[in-house]
Design a protein around this ligand. Sequence first.
Ligand SMILES: Nc1nc2c(c(=O)[nH]1)N[C@H]1C(S)=C(S)[C@@H](COP(=O)(O)OP(=O)(O)OC[C@H]3O[C@@H](n4cnc5c(=O)[nH]c(N)nc54)[C@H](O)[C@@H]3O)O[C@H]1N2
Ligand SMILES: Nc1nc2c(c(=O)[nH]1)N[C@H]1C(S)=C(S)[C@@H](COP(=O)(O)OP(=O)(O)OC[C@H]3O[C@@H](n4cnc5c(=O)[nH]c(N)nc54)[C@H](O)[C@@H]3O)O[C@H]1N2
Ligand code: SF4
Ligand SMILES: [Mo]
Length: 760
Amino acid sequence: MSVRPPPYIGGRHYPFGGSVGSKTAPDEIHYRVCPLCEATCGLEVTVRDAKVRRIRGDRDDPFSAGFICPKGSTLGHLQEDPDWLRHPLIRRDGEHVPVTFDEAFEHIALRLGELEFSSGERGVYLGNPSVHNPAGGLYIKPLLRALGTFNIFTASTVDQMPRHISSALMYGDPGLFALPDLDRTDHLLILGADPLVSNGSLATAPDWPGRLRGIQERGGKITVVDPRYSQTAKVADEFISIVPGTDALLLAAIVNSVVEAGNVTLGRAAQHIAGVEIALAAITRLTPERVAPRTGISAETTRRLAADFCSAETAAVYGRMGVHTTQFGTLASWLTDLLAIVTGNLDVPGGLMFGQSSHGRSAVRPGGKGFSLGRWESEITGAQERNGEFPVATLAQSITSSNGTRIRFLLTVAGNPVLSTPDSAVLDEALTHLDFMVSIDPYLNDTTRHAEVILPPPPPLERSHYDFALGGISLRRVPRWSPPVFAATTPQEHDLMARLTQILRGSAQDPAAFHEEMLTAVLERAVSDPRSRVIGEDPERLGALVTGAPGPDRILDVLLRAGDDGDGFGLQPGGLSLAVLRENSHGVDLGELVERLPNALRTESGQVEAAPEPIIADLPRLTDFMDRPADSRMYLIGRRHLRSNNSWMHNLKILVKGKDRCTAQIHPDDASRLEIEQGMAVLVRSAVGEVSLPAEITSDVGVGVVSIPHGWGHTSVGTQLSVASLNAGVNTNLLTDGTVRDPLSGNTQLNGIPVEILPG
Ligand SMILES: Nc1nc2c(c(=O)[nH]1)N[C@H]1C(S)=C(S)[C@@H](COP(=O)(O)OP(=O)(O)OC[C@H]3O[C@@H](n4cnc5c(=O)[nH]c(N)nc54)[C@H](O)[C@@H]3O)O[C@H]1N2
Ligand SMILES: Nc1nc2c(c(=O)[nH]1)N[C@H]1C(S)=C(S)[C@@H](COP(=O)(O)OP(=O)(O)OC[C@H]3O[C@@H](n4cnc5c(=O)[nH]c(N)nc54)[C@H](O)[C@@H]3O)O[C@H]1N2
Ligand code: SF4
Ligand SMILES: [Mo]
């Protein structure tokens, strides 16, 4: 399989990386995909004398073409961070002390044995990095099964859960996201996303800067809607300032403007879409005039946004954190897709397209089980499940409840909820009520300091990598597999999960046997799946042909070979396998996304449901909100920085050096009204908490808006973050009110929180 030339020319080549000093040994060059964010950039890692000498963007990567951000060049720094734990810790007499892996697992087995937690007393929190490593992709499922509890919490309910819910209700699959086809679109409307900084989310593509420039160079237009003149807004053709938390209103009014102008057209996908009339009838009250006082955007501008969208040959709409982490996140997410539907831009090149992972097996006909909300409730808090989990905002109460059952044993995997989730002070305190806590995490941080046992995985360069989670949301199909750069000196994350799973099941700890068991199950599923390339084959015969290290690599080999583009274990010569990815170290370019309707649909009807019943039933809440007067306080929103990664990369000096980034940005008009001067400490107070931090006066934020980044506040005692704790900052989630949630998704409102600001 040959590697085709890059899909686009360009890419900003940041001159990052260390200098190349005097030579003592020949350089080794390794190619790998960066696991730090959703952009999946290809990296070129130069190693000499067992040390990383330089990391730069891999110019031969067909997807990223040399693009890299400052974080991508820090994998060597993570490798050498003295605070990255290289052995487990056990807390003894209030202090975390190093132990061997065997001792740590022995301790866990002993404690779980003596404490005998019932299923309702166990709980788990999964954080963001588990989306970015193969162990998270493959080994969490059996671990959750062994935990045998409904008390599952993840960072999704402070993030993308609304998109899962709207996608599940519309397309029948919570993972089937409609993606903006950046490389072919003529018009891109971005709301509440800052991909120049975040490098994109739920639309995997490296080099958003280059790809956005590509739209403009093709003569297309980019419009950004944001309460802040974001980095992305600065490169857009038009910026529209919006009152935080009101995007659902704006989007509904845009859709109504499309209708009013007689521009509704369902386009190519028309025959696969049901319920458009019902959807349109349900939003008729949300007119450009009526929403304007709430959104702060004139009716005229709203109509023009609609006209721009309709007049473009192809148009894509993209909403992210600013849209999803509000009280109307699911409605807003549905409305982005409805806008694409009524303008004929769904499942059309240049519009919104559906992704397709290379290790997956596509259905050959539409239809499925559909999707239900609230299949069970928490016996502790009464919260309803959403996509298999409870809102993380109910985690603290699930631990401290005095209703009988409560969580007494908590496992955290790759998560720092003490900094990342709402009502942080309450959660921080709640964790002290646990009888037992285990964390799979490389750092002793604000969350893991509560753990009795911490099990660290090896750093990224000591692992193989493949993006199980992101392949299906990539804007181009470019499977890439990366071998480890350095041999691991500690067990892999999947080994840790295997042992933990075995302890929970009460079986002997034997990771090798566990990996074999997983592989057998995957093989058996593959040969009995009608969509598979190896249906009816003998799993044992295939098993003998599998290559790669035990664990995720061997499983990947089976998934690739039995998948849509696989070699079928020899039945389809030239198809994908782990060996083919190994040979093509820059990746294999399978090209642009192709139309996937109707077969990708898993709704009961086999159609796109434009008007799902729970969505329509939630609309009166939005109309009521429109009719209520606006809050007279200021609105708090977040922001990210290119050199940050949620809460956990502030321990690298190279990323945190420079001027203070944990500031409260306020508009000059607000500053003069409140008599606040540049750099002065201000107190920001919400319904649930307050923080004091330096003011940064800038007209980048709108009047009445205050912006504070999240992921800071590394102030806890008993952590081991020698760099992060020197640049601690404050935790904005002390201000986040966990009771204010989007009811359809359970997502907490993180953007648009009413706050007061006081000098001092
Ligand atoms: N106010 C506000 N709050 C927010 C947000 C916001 O915009 N505003 N954003 C939200 C979003 S989008 C997210 S995704 C969440 C993130 O919330 P979390 O996922 O809970 O937090 P992170 O800061 O990503 O912490 C990641 C943890 O994983 C550990 N880690 C790093 N690499 C690995 C690894 O390879 N394996 C394992 N096992 N552990 C690893 C780190 O040490 C750290 O403890 O925060 C959310 N919180
Ligand atoms: N450098 C860096 N990159 C990251 C991360 C990081 O921490 N640092 N985190 C990663 C993760 S886990 C995620 S989920 C992604 C998130 O990716 P993005 O969603 O692109 O990231 P944000 O920077 O949170 O962008 C949200 C934007 O919404 C705006 N906003 C706030 N409230 C509103 C509102 O009510 N309406 C509108 N229209 N806009 C609003 C904010 O001003 C901001 O510009 O980023 C990922 N990439
Ligand atoms: S944009 Fe994301 S994937 Fe690319 S180098 Fe930066 S952190 Fe890594
Ligand atoms: Mo996220």
